[in-house]
Design a protein around this ligand. Sequence first.
Ligand code: ATP
Ligand code: MG
Length: 259
Amino acid sequence: MLTLAVASLSGGQGKTTAALFLGRKLAQLGYPTLLIDADPQHNLTTYLGLELKPNEPMLLEFIKQSVELQESIYPVTGEDNLFLIPADDQLDGVVDYLASSGVGATLLKHRLEPLTSTFKICVIDSPPQRSQICLTVLGAADGLVIPAEASLKGYGSLVRTLDLLKSMQNVRATQAQVLGVIPFRDRWIGNNQSTESRLAVEAMTEEVGKTLMLPSIRESERYKQAINRRQTLTDLGYSDLEYPFSLLIESLVQQLGEP
Ligand code: ATP
Ligand code: MG
């Protein structure tokens, strides 16, 4: 199982959007795919139409091992090959557990080990804060996808995320490598990119180098529409908007082999 973390240390950077579209696409290609909602805001869980009742198992119980493993893994309704370990706002409670465990950064990785032959790919949506949850997500990841708004704020988010990764790599708390950076809400008017977007993307490119820069997610209501209607962008007639994910998916498919 290849584990991808989608992380970026600011709010509203496109993490949940990217995790959702990547996970769905990989499942549609036939790979048994596990999505993990690691954000107490639980947007990914909501987007996938799952409403947990109080005390239904989710990532908290999965990490604490307080239920049988499979009880916190839910099939996503209407999607083949797609499963979710969801979250709700009680997930905040895992922070103390991770901190007091003494091995917080590597705990999720250990918990995922029994699933490595069940799923081909795992995509984890991270919270925006540099919390214990974020550390355990990065610790579990083989690859890191960093969406970052095409703005000064987004550039700052990218830099903070890279700093955190480096500090974890330095103490061998993660083996994750950056797979790509996706500029988010890149603003274009006709054929002209806004100055703010252009400057931000240039600064990001300088930071990570050209080869790690993926095509932008352009500012568009279509992504939200596709999420709300639980459709793909192709279903909506905007297959070109899937382009930001297609290069990444092509290289993942090469790594993963046949589904
Ligand atoms: P958080 O840190 O709060 O979890 P996030 O990094 O997960 O945020 P998203 O939730 O993916 O970010 O996106 C932020 C908002 O932008 C959402 O309301 C989403 O619907 C909206 N959005 C998604 N794609 C686009 C787009 N291409 N253009 C404009 N807005 C978008
Ligand atoms: Mg999110």
